[in-house]
Design a binder for this molecule. Structure first.
Ligand code: ATP
Ligand code: MG
Length: 228
């Protein structure tokens, strides 16, 4: 099966080569777990190697994202150039409707050959629904549509706390092909960031929690190292 190399150091090894192409992944984590940094690097690495990407931000403005990512990743020196060249698009839609997001994706695929997409976050979309069953139905329809698009997408999902094992699985976890969990674990008086591929249809993958760090040149996943 063809893979989309995330380009995040160590992560492709965890995924046995990368995310299987056209599979869609939920990126799950508590507050400050690096969901935005992880998913942004996925788009950035794609843009660098000629796979155009779109980062759909539903909460922060594109200016916020650029500012925060420049701060976290000063080594991403070609970021602004990739944005100027249209290889890396950061878009904040006016409305939080999935129909509008679907339309935006279709438009950018047709006009800018987008291959990678991030939606940050599903939780923001959910807030726009009063009725949970209506949200589930709309999400389901949205993913049926995603299946027919020539992209490999990451959907950020905000977990209410760090203890992901205790948080209930939502519709997005069942309809998505993969789930990647990000943790901010307590270790003595410090915190260790860790990543876990919880499920990924279509590929073998490691199953343990693996420590990672945010470095100026990107996220580094330390495959083979233990969290504790
Ligand atoms: N160089 C760094 N080393 C360690 N941690 C960092 C570094 N840079 C940023 N962080 C941490 O990562 C967090 C931000 O990551 P990011 O915005 O990707 O998280 P997030 O999961 O998207 O957060 P939110 O829940 O606010 O959306 C910061 O709040 C900070 O605690
Ligand atoms: Mg975020």
């Amino acid at each position: 099966m063809d893979r989309v190399e995330t380009g995040i150091s160590g992560l492709d090894e965890v995924l046995d080569g990368g995310i299987p192409v056209h599979r869609h992944v939920a990126l799950n984590g508590g507050p400050g777990a690096c969901k935005t940094s992880f998913s942004f690097e996925y788009i950035y690495r794609g843009a660098q190697k000629g796979e155009n990407g779109i980062y759909i931000t539903l909460e922060e403005t594109p200016e916020d994202i650029i500012e925060n990512m420049t701060e976290s990743f000063p080594g991403f020196k070609d970021m602004q150039q990739l944005i100027d060249d249209g290889k890396l698009e950061i878009v904040k839609p006016d409305k939080l409707l999935l129909e509008d997001i679907a339309e935006l994706l279709e438009d950018r695929i047709a006009k800018n050959d987008i291959k990678r997409a991030v939606i940050d976050s599903a939780t923001m979309i959910k807030l726009a629904f009063k009725d949970p069953s209506e949200y589930r139905q709309t999400m389901f329809e949205f993913f049926s549509l995603l299946r027919n698009l020539d992209i490999t997408a990451i959907m950020v999902v905000e977990a209410p706390n760090q203890d992901l094992a205790s948080s209930a699985f939502e519709i997005e976890h069942f309809v998505m092909d993969g789930i990647i969990n990000l943790y901010n674990l307590g270790k003595a008086d410090q915190r260790v960031k860790a990543v876990e591929v919880y499920k990924m249809r279509g590929t073998n993958h490691r199953r343990e929690k693996i420590p990672f760090k945010v470095t100026p040149n990107g996220i580094k996943v330390f495959v083979g190292e233990k969290v504790f």
